[in-house]
Design a protein around this ligand. Structure first.
Ligand code: GN1
Ligand code: MG
Length: 364
């Protein structure tokens, strides 16, 4: 992306004043994000270029985002909360649209920045994990009466683990950049888990698990936390809000939150699945949702964590085999390292599954 396009976008949105500075945000594997500064004492903004290879119908995506934000804002207003702090505020372009297309067709959108918050890609602090679990549980509740049928499916089959495994097998067979031999043991390990990939799908098909509106990208970095109290303030990254299972949101949060290391830690001796953090997530998440979760869903939370981790592992590995066409990478083997990291968590969960099952039974 050229600076020229960023400058066009900076000039296109209805910010309170003309931007005077911007800074690229380092996190996020899909979209390009910038912090926009408009001067002392002025509101700050988030400016994002949406990755339209991943989100192919960004106008429909923005309709989802608007709908979800105004629904959640309604809930926050009812409970006396601050609607500009506890949910994303979409900033329109000067022409009134909620997006801007630059001269190269790049698709941009903007949000109000929320002051006094922090977010973590990784943390070892149990308190932070508890508060993040509560925040994701609360968000799930706020969307429990959202009309799911009005949501456009931004990425069809996003958490369809059967389809993710089928795509992974295709990447292995194609071996388009000749990396499969280097990854032989990881590939064999991942493929051996294929029979488990139907677990959530089977539950949704049989009706054992409900179809709900889910966030679908519940990693720790997607909760903004108050920098003084540490409380979860706002759930961000609403691009994948779609109908799904509660196991997706719990599982993806745990994938990231119950790991002893960041998702791309390369020293695998440091990567383990932490049962005490898992329990903290169960406590925080189930505590928020208590009456709305079915017994089958609670009992299946360990498999939710397992499958969301496996799915992420095979997506990273598949992308490495495909020649790094999907995720942004910071160095050539980044996807390989991310994949090894996630598969290490899976191997650890294989050993700890009986303990995980024991933990969730306490919360029925
Ligand atoms: C991507 O939006 P971002 O960069 O936080 C990905 C998630 C993965 C995550 C792994 C649309 O999330 O599914 O879990 O990377 N989002 C998409 O860090 O593919
Ligand atoms: Mg995302």
């Amino acid at each position: 992306m050229e600076v020229k396009h960023l400058k066009e976008a900076l000039a296109a949105f209805a910010f309170a004043a003309e931007p005077i500075a911007y800074k690229r945000c380092d996190s996020g594997l899909i979209n390009d994000t910038y912090f926009v500064h408009c001067g002392e004492g002025m509101s700050g903004y988030i400016l994002q270029r949406v990755n339209t290879s991943v989100f192919t119908e960004p106008e429909k995506l923005m309709k989802n985002v608007r709908g979800v934000c105004s629904h959640v804002a309604g809930k926050i207003a009812e409970s006396g909360g601050d609607v500009h702090r506890m949910v994303r505020t979409v900033i329109p372009a000067k022409d009134g649209k909620d997006y801007f297309c630059d001269s190269d067709g790049g698709f941009w959108r903007a949000f109000l920045e929320i002051p006094g918050v922090v977010s973590y890609e990784y943390s070892a602090d149990p308190c932070i994990h508890y508060k993040s679990a509560v925040a994701f549980g609360r968000f799930f509740n706020q969307l429990s009466d959202y009309p799911a049928e009005t949501l456009y499916e931004t990425i069809p089959d996003f958490h369809n683990s059967e389809k993710r495994m089928a795509d992974f097998k295709k990447a292995v067979e194609a071996d388009s950049v000749g990396r499969a031999s280097e990854m032989k043991s990881e590939i064999e390990f991942a493929l051996s888990k294929a029979p488990l990939c139907s677990f959530i799908r089977d539950g949704l098909r049989s009706g054992a698990f409900r179809v709900c509106v889910t966030h679908n990208d519940t990693k720790l970095g997607n909760v903004l936390m108050d920098e003084k109290t540490g409380d979860g303030v706002c759930i961000i990254d609403l691009d994948n809000v779609m109908p799904g299972s509660v196991l997706y949101d719990f599982g993806d949060a745990v994938r990231c939150g119950a790991s002893s290391a960041p998702e791309d830690e390369t020293d695998l001796s440091r990567v383990s699945f932490e049962l005490d953090l898992f329990e903290i997530y169960v406590k925080g998440f189930v505590g928020e949702l208590k009456d709305s979760l079915t017994k089958e869903e609670i009992l299946s939370l360990p498999m939710g964590a397992y499958l969301m981790t496996l799915e992420t592992g095979i997506r990273f590995l598949g992308d490495y085999l495909n020649g790094d066409v999907y995720y942004q990478i910071k160095y050539p083997e980044h996807n390989r390292d991310r994949a090894r990291n996630q598969l290490k968590l899976i191997a650890d969960m294989d050993r700890k599954m009986p303990e995980m099952e024991k933990i969730v039974k306490k919360y029925i």
